[in-house]
Design a protein around this ligand. Structure first.
Ligand code: NDP
Length: 319
């Protein structure tokens, strides 16, 4: 039987090609987009795309049936257009929960205890020449931690926080069933109640720059902001202003508004820990994500049943 043709977009998880190469004919998306494929475009029934895939790109592929995204956030893929055309979009939830939650805790510890600055101090030889690193002004123990988002990853972050002797509460659009953490119906009320805010919400029109000057100010001068969701949710200018003014006490960020650009000013603060969007970036987790891409394509081609379709493009019931 001839192999199905799958188009791979640029900048993919390096393990995707490995898990697909034996079962599919793989085509790399040309620099000029799928429109540059010519007649070959009609062979493509599946695309693996990370970062984004527009309606125009979809329409250059007349027989496209499925777009598999090797990530849990699929905000760059035009799912409304996909739904209109009957194209299924899949993503890779759950397989990265632990890695991303671990990274959130690392950023929290780094920001509160200024461990990154302390390590840099040691590496620069300053311990020997200047003596002990200054005491960190804050501790994790006793903090009031608010989770903005309590989905798959948020719940893993919360369960990791429990042994840290902190108080945990959260804001989502609706309270989560079976969860004992205190619920806040608005982000403003959560921010008023806590001194530490961890963001793990998707990029949607409703989450744009919602972590603004008022929210940051509500956290208070001991306040710490951690963001492992999307840079889109934080007003970076307001964050820089709050850090400069001491309105909040520090931040730990894995994601930024215009990646890979990170504002110069953010890089200058010793009370800010910055990571280049690596929350899920380990070999085992990226392998797991690539395998779920393969399982989604296999499920689709074998029986019209991908494993993890996104809610915007539900799989039609079997006739
Ligand atoms: P889930 O869909 O499981 O959880 C999302 C949570 O956000 C839910 O609790 C949801 O609750 C809440 N939420 C969504 N919209 C709003 C809103 N407008 N206001 C308040 N709460 C909201 O997603 P995951 O936990 O799997 O992933 C979350 C996001 O993390 C991803 O979409 C992705 O963008 C990001 N991410 C970042 C990574 C990184 O490398 N840094 C890696 C993986 C994910 P409710 O629906 O009740 O509002």
């Amino acid at each position: 039987m001839p192999k199905e043709t799958v188009m791979l977009s640029q900048n993919l998880n390096p393990f995707v090609q490995g898990v697909l190469k034996d079962d599919y004919e793989l085509v790399t998306m040309p620099e000029g987009g799928p429109g540059a494929l010519g007649e070959k475009a009609a062979d493509i029934r599946a695309v693996v795309a990370f970062g984004g895939f527009s309606g125009v790109e979809m329409d250059a592929l007349p027989n496209l049936e499925i777009i598999a995204c090797p990530g849990v956030g699929y905000d760059g893929i035009d799912t409304s257009h996909a739904a209109e055309r009957g194209i299924i979009v899949t993503h890779t939830p759950n397989v990265l929960n632990d890695e991303v939650a671990d990274t959130a805790i690392a950023l929290l510890l780094n920001a509160v205890r200024r461990l990154y600055a302390a390590e840099r101090y040691l590496r620069e030889g300053r311990w020997e020449t200047e003596g002990s690193f200054p005491l960190s002004p804050f501790s994790v123990k006793g903090r009031k931690v608010g989770l903005y988002g309590l989905g798959r990853i948020g719940l893993e972050i919360a369960s990791r926080l429990e042994p840290f002797k902190v108080d945990i509460s959260y804001h989502t659009r609706s309270p989560k069933k079976g969860v004992d953490y205190a619920y806040h119906p608005t982000l403003a009320s959560l921010a008023e109640a806590v001194d530490t805010l961890i963001c793990i919400v998707p990029k949607t029109p409703e989450t744009h720059k919602v972590v603004n000057a008022e929210i940051l100010s509500a956290l208070g001068p001991d306040g710490i902001l951690v963001n492992v969701g999307r840079g889109w949710s934080v007003d970076e200018d307001a964050l820089i202003a709050a850090l400069e003014a001491g309105t909040i006490g520090g931040a730990g960020l894995d994601v930024f508004y215009e990646e890979p650009h990170v504002p110069e000013k953010l890089r200058g603060f010793d009370n800010v820990s910055l990571l280049p969007h690596v929350a899920s970036a380990s070999v085992p987790t990226r392998q797991g994500m690539a395998q779920l891409v393969a399982d989604n394509l296999k499920g689709w081609f074998a029986e019209g049943r991908p494993v993890t379709p996104v809610p915007e493009t539900p799989v039609p019931p079997k006739a």
